[in-house]
Design a binder for this molecule. Structure first.
Ligand code: UDP
Length: 457
């Protein structure tokens, strides 16, 4: 087997935000390095299926069985249960591949470290492809120390928290919900997952020095595990259709005139917030393309439900679509985001700051309005608006627990028409150029060399 091309098994945890960057990583390995890849999935949503069908034939795809869980389970816990459930099936697939191929590596994302036990049993080196920021990874490696030295909840900590290499951060911007309630099971489980990161033979991160030089340097100076920045990896759009009609509509708009509004693959707003957003957009009167998902109260919270069960357009204020038909398009749940961000008509992106969305916006030089909802999105928003200066962060009305219509209208004007927007546009263009020039994926060269020469890590 040792003379066969190296073979790598990749297993993303559930959710498009994990699957997309790991699939891009798989493509990079097969296309640029001639490595064979088996891509496993733990998700059966229609969006995942059509995405997988569009992958090149060089990647072998195997869906693993997923358990039937109550839909109310919170996202982190759900992912942990799904990953734990897959172990026997994973063992079977990996054992077969070990016997029939030159299996050199097993790659999971941030939620998958429990599966390391299977890789170790079979003598296969386990790796992590971290689909988020170096800043978050740096936090993960310092979590045991923070847990030891900070009393009470991080969000109540009176000072900015300094993690070497990263910009100082407010505890309230730590990932939520899992690092925001230290007594919860989600915190304990996430902590256990994070502690296992140091067992990885290597960690690939979807970032580049042009975006996060400080934390990347700090991570690369750690003795172990070795960290390889390989971003920005964003998926290409060749296979995207335009059944949503977005691209056709954008073709009719002037360059840089449209604000794109989307909250990722699972982000939902409360009904009140949904209404404020609609009214704020209408008040400003700027052109917009909004990928809307039904409000949280109208169906169970669905990180895993890419498509709304009920029609989100029914929750818009009365007459909204008619009144805004000359300036806006509202689309139900899903659209080809990459093709949209690439389109010349897009001048700004109101985003939930998921890391894939943030990178896609950076790569296409689109400045942002940072509107984080959950997970590590607050940290991302702090970085995009703070160190990088490529986003405006609207002020939350703490009394109402939402962003009000006037604030929405104000930040849309600032981004799309104001001086601030012009500055952000210049910054994002510069960062994009530098990040693309960096070709950071070449940091994979030595590791693929090790795999090809069958040197153990
Ligand atoms: N996405 C898309 N169409 C949509 C919503 C999302 O293509 O209507 C893609 C988006 O381009 C990105 C991914 O789904 O690649 C979402 O990942 P991200 O990390 O931004 O957020 P998450 O969905 O994990 O919260």
């Amino acid at each position: 087997m040792a003379n066969n091309p190296p073979h790598v098994v990749i297993l993303p945890s559930p959710g498009m935000g994990h699957l997309i960057p790991l699939a891009e990583f798989a493509k990079l390995l097969t296309t640029n390095y001639g490595v064979n890849v088996t891509f496993l999935t733990l998700d059966d949503s229609p969006q995942i299926k059509s995405f997988i069908n569009a992958l090149p034939d060089t990647i072998t795809y195997i869906p693993l069985p997923i358990p039937d869980l109550p839909p109310t389970e919170i996202a982190v816990k759900r992912m942990i249960l799904i990953v734990a459930h897959c172990l026997p099936f994973l063992r079977e697939v990996m054992a077969k591949l070990k016997a029939s191929t030159n299996l050199v590596a097993f790659v999971v994302d941030l939620m998958g470290t429990k599966t390391f036990e299977v890789a170790k049993e079979l003598g296969v080196s386990p790796y992590i492809m971290f689909p988020s920021t170096a800043t978050f990874l740096n936090l993960i490696f310092h979590l045991p120390e923070l847990d030891r030295t900070i009393q009470g909840e991080y969000k109540d900590h009176p000072h900015l928290i300094q993690i070497p290499g990263s910009a100082p951060i407010h505890g309230k911007d730590f990932p939520m919900p899992f690092l925001q309630d230290r007594k919860s099971q989600a915190y304990i489980s996430s902590f256990q997952i994070c502690v296992r990161f140091k067992e990885a033979a290597g960690i690939f991160i979807n970032s580049a020095s042009a975006i996060e030089s400080g934390p990347i340097k700090a991570l690369m100076n750690m003795n172990s595990p070795p960290v390889y920045p390989i971003g920005p990896l964003v998926h290409d759009t060749n296979s995207e259709d335009d059944s949503s009609g977005c691209i056709k509509w954008l073709d009719e708009q002037l360059p840089g005139s449209v604000l794109f509004v989307s909250f990722g693959s699972g982000g939902r707003l409360s009904s009140e917030q949904f209404t404020e957003l609609a009214v704020g957009l209408e008040m400003r009167g700027h052109r917009f393309l909004w990928i809307a998902r039904s409000p949280t109260e109208t169906e169970e919270r669905g990180f895993f439900e890419v498509k709304s069960k009920s029609d989100p357009l029914l929750f818009l204020p009365d007459g909204f679509l008619e009144r805004t038909k000359e300036i806006g398009l509202v689309v139900d749940s899903w659209a080809p985001q990459l093709a949209i961000l690439k389109h010349a008509a897009i001048g700004g992106f109101l985003t939930h700051c998921g890391w894939n969305s943030s990178l896609e916006s950076i790569v296409h030089s689109v400045p942002m309005i940072a509107w984080p909802l959950y997970a590590e999105q607050n940290m991302n928003a702090a970085m995009l608006a703070g160190e990088l200066k490529i986003a405006i962060r609207p002020v939350v009305d703490e009394k109402r627990g939402l962003i009000g219509r006037d604030e929405i209208s104000k930040v849309v004007r600032e981004l799309m028409e104001g001086e601030e927007g012009k500055k952000l546009r210049i910054h994002v263009k510069r960062i994009a150029e530098n990040a693309i020039k960096e070709d950071s994926y070449r940091s994979l060269d030595p590791i693929v060399n090790i795999w090809k020469n069958n040197i153990s890590t």
